[in-house]
Design a protein around this ligand. Structure first.
Ligand code: IPE
Ligand code: IPE
Ligand code: MG
Length: 230
C-alpha cells in the first residue's frame, strides 16, 4: 500500500453540508406565535444542530441565515433577525468548547451594496478572531449573502486581476476561496427551491428536502440527510 497523496486526502475530506434553514415563520404561525418567536427558536435550534454536527462526520457546515433578498421583510422582523445574528456570533464559549471555527459569508462590509450593520459586523469580527485557532468543524454563517452577488463579485475580481475567466480563476475570487464544494444541501420546511444559496459551490451537491420546519429539524433528521452521502 502506498502512502496517501495530498489528492487522496482531499478526496476524503470530511463532507461539506449546507442548510437552507427555512420555515421559522410557519413554525410560529402554527403555534399562534409572532414570526419573531420562530426566528428565536430557529437560532436556538442552530446551536443544537451544531452540537449534533460536531459528533458526526461533517467537516464544514454552512447555513443560510439571511439573504440579500430578505431585506425587504418588515423592519421589525429584520431588526429581530439582526439581533439573533449578533447573539449567534456571540456564542464564542460554546463554539470553543466544541472546537468549532466560525466564519461568515456575505457581501463584504466595504462593498457599496453591503447592508450588514456595524454592531453585527463587530460581533462577526470578534467571533472570527476568537475561534480562528479551533481545528474542528468549520461553521460558516451566510448573512447578507446571495449567490448571484458573489458570482458577479468573483467575475469582477477575476477581470481586475487580468486573469482569463476560467473555473479555477472564479474559484479563487469567491468570497471564501477555501470553502470546499458542497456535498449535501438540505432545505427544511417543504419548499423545493435553491433561493440563490451557494450557486457555484453546490454545482454537484446532493439535495435533501424535508417538510420539517427549521426549529424542529433535529439530529435524527440530520442523520436521514447524511444517509444520502453513504
Ligand atoms: C427562514 O424562515 C428564516 C429566514 C429566511 C430569515 P422564514 O422566515 O422564511 O419562515 P417561513 O418560510 O416564512 O415559514
Ligand atoms: C431562504 O429563505 C433564505 C434563508 C433561509 C435565509 P426564504 O424563505 O426567504 O426563501 P424564498 O425567497 O422563500 O425562497
Ligand atoms: Mg421562508
Amino acid at each position: 500500500m502506498s502512502t496517501s497523496s495530498p489528492i487522496d486526502r482531499q478526496a476524503r475530506r470530511a463532507p461539506h453540508v449546507a442548510i437552507i434553514m427555512d420555515g421559522n415563520g410557519r413554525w410560529a404561525a402554527r403555534r399562534g406565535l409572532p414570526r419573531t418567536e420562530g426566528h428565536t427558536e430557529g437560532e436556538e435550534n442552530l446551536a443544537r444542530v451544531v452540537r449534533a454536527a460536531v459528533t458526526r462526520d461533517i467537516g464544514w457546515l454552512t447555513v443560510f441565515g439571511f439573504s440579500t433578498e430578505n431585506w425587504v421583510r418588515p423592519r421589525a422582523e429584520v431588526r429581530h433577525i439582526l439581533g439573533l445574528h449578533e447573539k449567534l456570533f456571540s456564542r464564542i464559549a460554546e463554539l470553543n468548547e466544541n472546537n468549532v471555527r466560525i466564519r461568515w459569508i456575505g457581501r463584504p462590509f466595504d462593498s457599496p451594496e453591503a447592508r450588514t450593520p456595524k454592531y453585527v459586523q463587530r460581533a462577526i469580527r470578534r467571533a472570527l478572531h476568537e475561534t480562528e485557532s479551533n481545528t474542528g468543524m468549520v461553521l460558516t454563517v451566510a448573512f447578507d449573502y446571495g449567490g448571484r452577488a458573489e458570482l458577479m463579485a468573483a467575475v469582477r475580481g477575476t477581470r481586475r486581476a487580468g486573469s482569463a475567466i476560467t473555473a479555477a480563476a472564479i474559484d479563487q475570487h469567491l468570497y471564501l476561496p477555501d470553502l470546499p464544494p458542497v456535498d449535501l444541501m438540505i432545505r427544511t420546511s417543504g419548499e423545493h427551491r435553491v433561493s440563490n444559496f451557494l450557486l457555484w459551490q453546490s454545482a454537484g451537491a446532493k439535495i435533501h428536502f424535508t417538510d420539517t420546519p427549521w426549529p424542529d429539524f433535529d439530529a435524527t433528521e440530520l442523520d436521514a440527510a447524511l444517509a444520502l452521502l453513504a
